[in-house]
Design a binder for this molecule. Structure first.
Ligand SMILES: *[C@@H]1O[C@H](CO)[C@@H](O)[C@H](O)[C@H]1NC(C)=O
Ligand SMILES: *[C@@H]1O[C@H](CO)[C@@H](O)[C@H](O)[C@H]1NC(C)=O
Length: 474
């Protein structure tokens, strides 16, 4: 019959267009469907009002094998698994860092860490065959024995996205990279401060030395003159001053860091990304008349002090900038900053001032975990269209703090993920363009289908008219 004539043509055309738009959109590698997720609990922390815990926990539970890490999210919970708010236990920071350990080695790992890993300044002698423990470090830039971890955040943990965009991931435990006789493990450092019943919560979380009655650091060395507060005064087992008459009894509680890891099994569809951490306190200076990064050490001080401004008003912003020369070529696909309370924003720029990433703090305005008033409960993450950076290029970071009141022990860190390579179709065609191509294909398909349907209808009508049915319907 006449009505059937047009249909095979329409359906084959529709099929063709659907197939076309599917093949076009295959440029977006769908990693989401392959993502695995695991929830783990750290070893326990025993906390009392005013107490500080800063343990290095070796060989923690973690997904094993040759995987690509996608995200690491965490929060402090109590024995019942209930989230603990920051105004009770302040999470100063946590960091996770992989390492190799010699199979069957007998030294306690903490000892190895101190003797071989932690004090080792030399990046290149990493694979020292005499070490029982070999730290696996991020891409850089700090060489002073700090900030070499893969993931790490603080109070902002609950509302900060650590998810690395597809198809990128951090490659973990590639069997080809494992030194003979070693196995791959993970180290977790948690720094928590219990502020229940303390005299001055802000002072305790900013580690004011007076409140901790500390005059020597963790290693027994006298503090630098003028050092008012920071990490050297709130190390493991120090105690912040509690209110006079505060009943300290029966208040011991057991806490855990609950962490959720997301990962994919490693395969050729996953593209590796390297983590770099930039520190605004980095002492590095551009050597005269040279590009590149090799000639100077990056001594990262990690923390700094914000002095209160002299005149109250809108000018009370402490702006700190640092320019660093990049020792890599690649594409920035993710970025996030780390700031402490008082922070009001951070950014990463190219030398010409073009913005790469702005990461802004979110402050809470309630009591419940994830929304604690006065605390930074999240930092915004950046997912830029891949930003190409060339070896020797200078990037500048900027960290702003409110200086209406002073702050000790604040930080200015910028984390970025650098991919060596972009997905194949995307490297020849920018992603946005590709997206609009498949959108265009869809629109064209819709229009073509509509036109074909219209023509078919007209043909059908005309044929019906010829068959003499037309007179019946009018
Ligand atoms: C502070 O430390 C000193 C000596 O280190 C000690 O004598 C004093 O009792 C401490 N004060 C408090 C309040 O713990
Ligand atoms: C930091 O503060 C300066 C001066 O107020 C401002 O120009 C700049 O945009 C701020 N940067 C960020 C990242 O908020």
């Amino acid at each position: 019959m006449a009505s059937c004539r047009g249909k095979p043509m329409i359906s084959s055309l529709v099929f063709l267009l659907v197939a076309l738009s599917i093949s076009l959109s295959q440029g977006f590698i769908r990693t989401e469907s392959k993502i695995k997720s695991g929830v783990f609990l750290s070893p326990k922390l025993e906390m009392n009002p005013g107490s500080v815990a800063n343990p290095y926990l070796f060989d923690i539970d973690f997904p094993r094998g040759h995987i690509g890490l996608k995200a690491f999210d965490a929060e402090v919970v109590d024995e019942a698994g209930k989230p603990v708010p920051l105004h009770e236990t302040y999470l100063h920071h946590w960091i996770v860092e992989p390492y190799y350990v010699r199979k069957g080695s007998k030294l306690p790992q903490r000892e190895m860490f101190r003797n071989h890993g932690f004090s080792r300044q030399d990046h290149e002698s990493n694979l020292d065959s005499r070490s029982d423990m070999i730290l696996v470090k991020n891409g850089g830039l700090c060489r002073s024995g700090v900030l070499r971890h893969y993931f790490g955040l603080g109070s902002e943990t609950r509302k900060t996205s650590t998810y690395l965009p597809d198809p990128y991931a951090i490659e973990i435990d590639n069997p080809e990279d494992t030194p003979d006789g070693y196995e791959f493990k993970w180290l977790l450092n948690i720094h928590a401060i219990d502020t229940r019943g303390v005299e001055d919560k802000k002072g305790c979380i900013e580690c004011l030395c007076d409140l901790y009655n500390v005059t020597i650091d963790e290693y027994g060395r006298a503090l630098k003159p003028g050092y008012k507060g920071g990490l050297y005064c709130c190390y493991d087992k120090t105690q912040c001053r509690v209110k006079n008459g505060f009943d300290n009894g029966e208040k011991t509680r057991t806490l855990y860091l609950k962490y959720t890891v997301r990962w994919v099994e490693w395969d050729s569809s996953v593209l590796p990304g390297q983590v770099y951490i930039f520190d605004v306190t980095d002492s590095w200076k551009k050597p005269e008349g040279s590009i590149g990064d090799n000639s100077q050490e990056h001594i990262c001080h990690v923390e700094y002090e914000v002095k209160p401004c002299k005149h109250n008003g809108d000018g009370c912003v402490d702006v700190r900038k640092k320019s660093l020369t990049m020792p890599f070529s690649g594409y920035i696909v993710y970025g996030v900053a780390h700031q402490h309370a008082g922070g009001i924003g951070a950014a990463l720029y190219r030398e010409d001032g073009e913005g790469i990433c702005t990461s802004m703090p979110k402050y809470g305005n309630g009591d419940e975990p994830g929304n604690e008033a006065g605390y930074i409960v999240g930092m915004s993450s950046c997912y830029p269209e891949p930003v190409k950076v060339s070896y020797g290029e200078t990037l500048t970071m900027e960290f702003n703090y409110s200086s209406t009141v002073g702050h000790t022990g604040v930080m200015g860190l910028f984390y970025i993920l650098v991919a060596q390579q972009l997905p194949e179709p995307v490297s020849s065609m920018p992603r946005l363009f590709q997206r609009s191509v498949s959108l265009l294909a869809f629109l064209v398909a819709t229009v073509v289908v509509a036109v074909v349907v219209l023509i078919a209808a007209v043909v059908y009508r005309r044929q019906n008219r010829e068959d003499g049915y037309q007179s019946l319907s009018t």
